[in-house]
Design a protein around this ligand. Structure first.
Ligand code: NAP
Length: 544
């Protein structure tokens, strides 16, 4: 053996010895009795049955409080616990019959078993206070299946998250930890081709390992969550700068404001990221060739969270002006020296008959959200701008039979996008407007009007996607006394100051180019102006 290899082996042996000694000392001191039940069938998975026995034998040597019993899968106890596969493992099934392993806890999965024994043995899961808060919101049953593999180093983290949830809420949460190598049929049934993968009530809620809080949030919401923002209990929040709106402008202003030394908070009533969160693909954010809109939002939010507190899901109800602004949200009071409106824009409606009634029943404004439901079906995409073309391409790629309907004879979208649309043979109907959307419970047909000839035609479709631009969200600013331009945008002086000292604007709500990067740029510029003004208030000089 080469000298280097010999030294490495000595170090590895030492580490392994130290780990075993540490584990032994933890296991020896376990105060609670641990009753492990193993169910096996000599006819099924004998190699995994034997591996499970070996692992349990080794662990038992260290832990005097563990008792181990093995039964055949036909035993009445197996029937009572509805055991279907061999090997199946339970820990303390009297109280925790809700938790089971299908497969052998070998390889990386031994770590999950060790963690489980420590949690049962010492009687606590060490859930974080945030995780407990989220779990406490779950009031209906959850039936979790997590697919893992002995060769997956990320699996134990996710399996332990699931274990903690099931240990904390045994009456509501059932858990099956399924090793895909021992149970290929189950993996096939759930199309679990990568691990770890978590299903709750047969719905995929997470792929890959998550932090404990994100796992709990995914379990609570029953869909994969990518960002965790801790909830605040504060009734009053004092700050220098309150930013209204958590899109690219608001998030960037948050980063710049905080980095300038201003105590900054962001309040967002809807979706963090604004329109970007619903954009299928972004290809023009500098430095990133291509990224999903939601993934870009996650990057922006994670970055902003390093500097600011974000209050999602809170609506501002009232703003009182004075030397200090008092801002009342649906949840708490904020006070600040400056206020930034980065409220963005909301999607425009066609305002035709049938649109409101059939929204959510075939009429959609979000291809990222609803597109997959229309796979193999026929839909129209209304609009001729970047949004309509980007979203039509997204639907086409999903396998939706999409036709673009545009009111003029030329698309407004960027050349690159138009070329992509044409090269993918996505049909475009020019000079056509939607006159009416019809259907009983869902969209069945749409009446079209040719703007040149006036001819009316009716075509059968399963859905209608609308992407005809956005209207700025200015109601709150207007109510606060901020001047609005004749086009409906917030009026500002070029440095993002509105007519009211201490109130600023940034992003799509100001009009101009509506790009993610310009919104971010305006957010940073607004925050820098605010910082300068708070240090050296122009309104004092001007005697306002
Ligand atoms: P937009 O550029 O304002 O385009 C709206 C489209 O809808 C236009 O083609 C317009 O027709 C049509 N339209 C408006 N009202 C209509 C009505 N009542 N009936 C039928 N058609 C109607 O909006 P957008 O495409 O949502 O884009 C908004 C902003 O975001 C733009 O600045 C865009 O560049 C940006 N954006 C960028 C990207 C990207 O860079 N990847 C992606 C999405 C959006 P006319 O052409 O006849 O006016």
């Amino acid at each position: 053996m080469a000298k280097g290899n010999k030294v490495k082996k000595e170090i590895d042996d030492k580490k392994s010895y130290e780990m075993q000694a540490e584990l032994r000392s933890i296991f020896e001191k376990i105060p609670n009795e641990i009753n492990i039940l193993l169910f096996t069938s000599p006819l099924k998975n004998e190699i995994f049955n034997e591996s499970t026995r070996n692992v349990l034998r080794i662990i038992r040597q260290f832990a005097p409080k563990i008792t181990l019993r093995e039964f055949d899968i036909t035993h009445k106890e197996a029937k009572r616990l509805n055991v279907e596969y061999s090997p199946a493992l339970f820990i303390n099934p009297g109280r925790y019959g809700n938790i089971r392993w299908y497969g052998a806890p070998i390889g990386e999965e031994t770590r999950t078993l060790v963690e489980a024994i420590i949690m049962f043995g010492y009687g606590h899961t060490h859930l974080s206070p945030d995780s407990i808060k989220i779990l406490d919101k779950i009031s209906s049953p959850r039936d979790i299946k997590i697919f893992v593999s002995p060769t997956c180093p990320y699996c134990p983290q996710q399996a332990v998250n699931a274990l903690k949830a099931a240990i904390e809420k045994p009456d509501l949460i059932t858990l099956e930890i399924i090793d895909i190598q021992a149970n290929p049929d189950l993996a096939e049934k759930y199309s679990a081709q990568s691990v770890p993968q978590v299903y709750s009530d047969d719905r995929l809620i997470a792929m890959g390992a998550q932090s404990e809080e994100l796992f709990m949030l995914s379990l609570e919401k029953m869909e994969q969550q990518t960002i965790f923002i801790p909830e605040s209990d504060a009734e009053e929040v004092e700050s220098d700068l309150v930013i209204v709106g958590g899109g690219p402008a608001g998030l960037t202003a948050g980063i710049y404001g905080a980095r300038s030394g201003l105590k900054t908070v962001i309040i967002e009533k809807n979706l963090l990221g604004g329109q970007v969160a619903n954009t299928p693909i972004v290809e023009n954010y500098p430095g990133i060739n291509q990224i999903g809109g939601k993934a870009l939002v996650d990057l922006l939010v994670s970055h902003a969270l390093e500097y600011v507190k974000i209050f999602p899901g809170e609506e501002i109800i009232d703003i009182q002006k004075g030397g200090i602004f008092n801002v009342q949200s649906s949840r708490r009071r904020f006070s600040c020296r400056a206020l930034l409106f980065a409220t963005g824009a909301e999607y425009r409606r066609l305002d035709v008959q049938g649109e409101s009634r059939l929204t959510g029943h075939g009429v959609s404004y979000c291809s990222t959200c609803d597109g997959p439901l229309f796979k193999g079906k026929k839909v129209l995409m209304v609009g001729g701008g970047d949004s309509a073309v980007t979203e039509a391409l997204h639907l086409h790629n999903l396998g939706v039979d999409v036709t673009v309907v545009h009111r003029r004879d030329k698309l407004r979208a960027q050349d690159q996008l138009v070329k992509a649309l044409l090269s993918n043979d996505v049909p475009v109907l020019y000079n056509i407007e939607i006159n009416e959307i019809r259907g009983n419970d869902r969209v069945e047909e749409v009446e079209l009007v040719n703007r040149i000839t006036g001819d009316r035609t009716t075509i059968a479709v399963d859905g209608l996607f609308i992407a005809i631009g956005y209207s700025p969200v200015v109601e709150l600013a207007r109510k606060t006394g901020v001047d609005i331009t004749p086009d409906g945008y917030i009026k500002h002086d070029g440095r993002h100051r509105t007519n009211i000292p201490g109130i600023y604007s940034a992003g799509d709500v100001e009009g101009g180019y509506k790009q993610i990067v310009t919104a971010a740029g305006h957010g940073s510029a607004a925050a820098l102006t605010i910082f300068e003004d708070l240090v050296n208030p122009y309104w004092k000089k001007e005697g306002k």
